[in-house]
Ligand binder design. Structure first.
Ligand SMILES: N[C@@H](CCC(=O)N[C@@H](CS)C(=O)NCC(=O)O)C(=O)O
Length: 206
């Protein structure tokens, strides 16, 4: 552990994506678990770090002033920049662009709509939410076609796998796995990575 970099979060896809990125990048950090049910994300001290009252939040005290990042996907970019080559090919070119392209596919075409469906469910709009959830499932099914190599964007594990992993996890009980042999193989491989185990352990519910 290293108190220079702190990651506040909980057992949620957004936090786990950030934590997996730090783990894969080899960035040492201190996990700070917040109890969302106890509304610790609304604690006044935490709101000074993240006025939206959301997780995750990363603080890098090694910078002056301390760097505070509130978006999970910005934390992935921070990790990628700090450890070139670990989350995407460092050199500009087609391999790097493919990673970015697939990473954004999961962020914008899968994770963002699933977030919208979550709010629709909360608002009692189950029919509308179900339409969006179906679209998410269709997109994840389409991702089977990405897996011509070992990982989502080629032979190397990348930030595209990180963005895919948390949302596939969230929908794992709703996917037709028999139709998804490559996604199934990929999921088992990625889930067994030490980075995933460590990130989950760091933010498991207490
Ligand atoms: N776009 C943000 C979303 C953050 C977010 O919505 N976090 C949720 C957990 S997944 C949260 O903190 N919910 C607690 C609340 O709304 O009170 C990100 O990717 O980091």
């Amino acid at each position: 552990m290293n108190d220079q970099i702190e990651l506040y979060g909980a057992n949620t896809g957004n936090t786990l994506r950030a934590a997996i990125a730090l783990e894969e990048a080899g960035i040492v950090y201190s996990p700070r678990w917040l109890d969302l049910h106890a509304r610790e994300q609304l604690d006044p001290a935490y709101l000074t770090l993240n006025p939206a009252g959301k997780v995750p939040t990363l603080i890098d005290h090694g910078m002056t002033p301390a760097l505070v990042i509130n978006q999970s996907n910005a934390i992935i970019h921070y990790a990628e920049a700090k450890a070139p080559g670990r989350l995407a090919p460092a050199q500009p070119g087609p391999e790097r662009i493919r990673v970015i392209d697939r990473y954004f596919f999961f962020v914008t075409d899968v994770i963002a709509p699933s977030h919208a469906a979550f709010f629709l469910h909360q608002a009692g709009q189950d029919k509308a939410a179900a339409i969006i959830d179906l679209r998410v499932i269709e997109q994840l099914t389409y991702a089977e076609s990405f897996l011509t190599d070992d990982f989502m964007a080629g032979q190397q594990f990348s930030m595209a796998d990180i963005s895919a992993f948390t949302i596939v996890t969230a929908f794992r009980d709703r996917l037709d796995w028999k139709q998804l042999p490559q996604l199934s193989r990929w999921f088992d491989t990625v889930e067994s990575r030490p980075s995933i185990q460590r990130a989950r352990a760091a933010f498991q519910n207490r």
